[in-house]
Write a protein that binds this ligand. Structure first.
Ligand SMILES: Cc1cc2nc3c(=O)[nH]c(=O)nc-3n(C[C@H](O)[C@H](O)[C@H](O)COP(=O)(O)OP(=O)(O)OC[C@H]3O[C@@H](n4cnc5c(N)ncnc54)[C@H](O)[C@@H]3O)c2cc1C
Ligand code: SF4
Length: 450
């Protein structure tokens, strides 16, 4: 007999280390007593003793155990994707917000923030559900409901530590309409809930989200601060992940007045040491169940220009209309992009997710550990690609040890930042032939999830 949902989630997802901290199960606890608690591995559900059971939906919608992607493509889009790297889509564009303040205050081109502002001010939503760094304290981040332009813009920029989002469903006002910004695992769980008829989930009329490569465990911030010699009695007063001119830098201010800045390309050195399990197991980079997905427009053409540039993909007729309308009104400066060309901006990360994610999950299972199953098997998957993953996996395994993290604290960023960047670029160049081999023709064999 299958154990109850609560026991399964506890044993097979949370204790097994594959919970993404999305918050969906907390929202489905009808007693309202399950909460998401901060842990070193990101938010995790804590079930109250009086939570005797959860509906089966909490298991089906749990992205930690894996969402049945083929079933969800069919339910949501009525078809499987023609392009397995990008998912189902209407149009791909590049561009940025024409409002300079929004653009400069955002992670890349300010497309997500400006679209939320437009939906709110044109009366299409009552509020936007966003994630904001600095709540409830500078080093943390929380989901929050923004009811004004100012509140939406205060939550601009990317937050690279895990944040639970879907537990907010329990706090929505009946009858109100919302837009939400969420990561790929949260978007797929939310779509599952919507198609199952969950009333609060259905109040969310627009899903927006970033292309999502990697996030860091919160301990990365502690390690960074210690490496800079910031003492425990000098608390952080503000943290921004993408301050300044695109692509931006991490900026941390402390009570004593210290300001620490680290270029985005340099603090990437934290990734091998603190990358989250969710980043490793996900097979969705372009946030395939959002109506609007937005990433950085990494290309020599845009990187040579000033100001932030985004790549944006619409996936619903309504969002396509909204973006077209915003462009016609001069609110966004956008141009149509060839979908295939747009993928060249993120070839490395697409491979990391689509083939790397699958291989890493297979390796976990072969080693007797739990891993999510998305019902997808990439093809082609040459032996050389498995070999590359063994090198990458080995690096993450060593990097994640206490010893390696401790050693990192003693290497000045001025040394490790540039060295890591050079190694990263060198490795990218070396592994490119294998990683790109067959990527353009990538397809997925689909099968129902168990
Ligand atoms: C964890 C993470 C990893 C990413 N990895 C990549 C990558 O590898 N390649 C790439 O091209 N782009 C990546 N992005 C996307 C990129 O950083 C920008 O978010 C994206 O280009 C949108 O820019 P924007 O200026 O339109 O967003 P903004 O206008 O700055 O708006 C960002 C919105 O996203 C919300 N948000 C921020 N962080 C989170 C979060 N953790 N969970 C839910 N909502 C959030 C904010 O509340 C805000 O509403 C990543 C983003 C995140 C959060
Ligand atoms: S992944 Fe989400 S639904 Fe699954 S156990 Fe974790 S918080 Fe709950």
């Amino acid at each position: 007999m299958t154990p109850p949902t609560l026991t399964r989630l506890r044993r097979e997802v949370i204790e097994a280390g594959i919970c993404t901290g999305c918050g969906a199960c907390a929202a489905l606890d009808s007693t309202g007593s399950t909460r998401m608690d901060d842990t070193p591995f990101g938010p995790r559900p804590v079930f109250a003793p009086d939570t005797e059971n959860l509906p089966d939906l909490a298991w089906d919608a749990c992205p930690g155990k894996g969402i049945d992607y083929p079933a969800l493509y069919l339910r949501h889009y009525g078809r499987l994707p023609d392009n397995w790297l990008l998912g189902c889509f209407h149009q791909v564009r590049t561009g940025y917000s024409a409002d300079d303040a929004i653009r400069r205050g955002s992670a890349s081109g300010g497309i997500l923030s400006h679209t939320l502002v437009y939906l709110l001010e044109s009366g299409q939503i009552d509020a936007a559900i966003v994630v904001r760094q600095g709540l409830p304290e500078p080093r943390k981040a929380r989901v929050t409901i923004a009811r004004s332009r100012a509140e939406i813009l205060a939550a601009a920029q990317s937050v690279y530590i895990p944040v639970s989002v879907l537990d907010i469903l329990g706090r929505l006002m009946p009858g109100e309409r919302y837009a939400i910004v969420c990561l790929p695992e949260q978007a797929s769980a939310l779509r599952w809930l919507q198609h199952a008829g969950h009333p609060a989930a259905r109040q969310i009329q627009h899903l927006l989200g970033p292309y999502t490569g990697t996030a860091l465990y919160p301990a990365a911030i502690d390690c960074y601060l210690r490496s800079k010699g910031v003492r425990a009695d000098d608390p952080v007063t503000s943290l921004k992940w993408r301050a300044g001119e695109w692509p931006g830098y991490m900026e941390i201010q402390t009570a004593s007045g210290r300001i620490l800045r680290s270029k985005k390309v340099y603090y990437n050195f934290l990734i091998p040491f603190f990358i989250t399990q969710t980043s490793l197991q996900s097979m969705d980079f372009t946030n395939e169940f959002c109506d609007l997905s937005v990433g950085d427009a990494w290309s020599p053409r845009f990187e040579a220009l000033s100001g932030g540039h985004s790549v944006l993909t619409t996936r619903s007729a309504a969002m396509e209309q909204t973006i077209g309308e915003m462009a016609r009104k001069g609110l966004l400066k956008v141009e149509t992009e060839d979908p295939e060309q747009s993928l060249a901006m993120h070839g490395h990360m697409l491979d990391f997710k689509k083939r790397g994610g699958y291989i890493r999950n297979r390796i976990r299972r072969r080693m007797g550990m739990r891993a999510p199953d998305y019902g997808l098997r990439p093809q082609p998957l040459p032996a050389s690609r498995w070999a590359v993953e063994l090198v990458v996996g080995g690096l993450f395994l060593v990097g994640g040890t206490t010893l390696a993290r401790k050693a990192l604290e003693h290497i000045p960023e001025s040394v490790i930042g540039p060295v890591f960047n050079r190694l990263r670029l060198g490795w990218k160049r070396m592994s490119k032939p294998v990683k790109r081999k067959g990527l353009g023709q990538l397809s997925m064999a689909v099968r129902p999830c168990p």
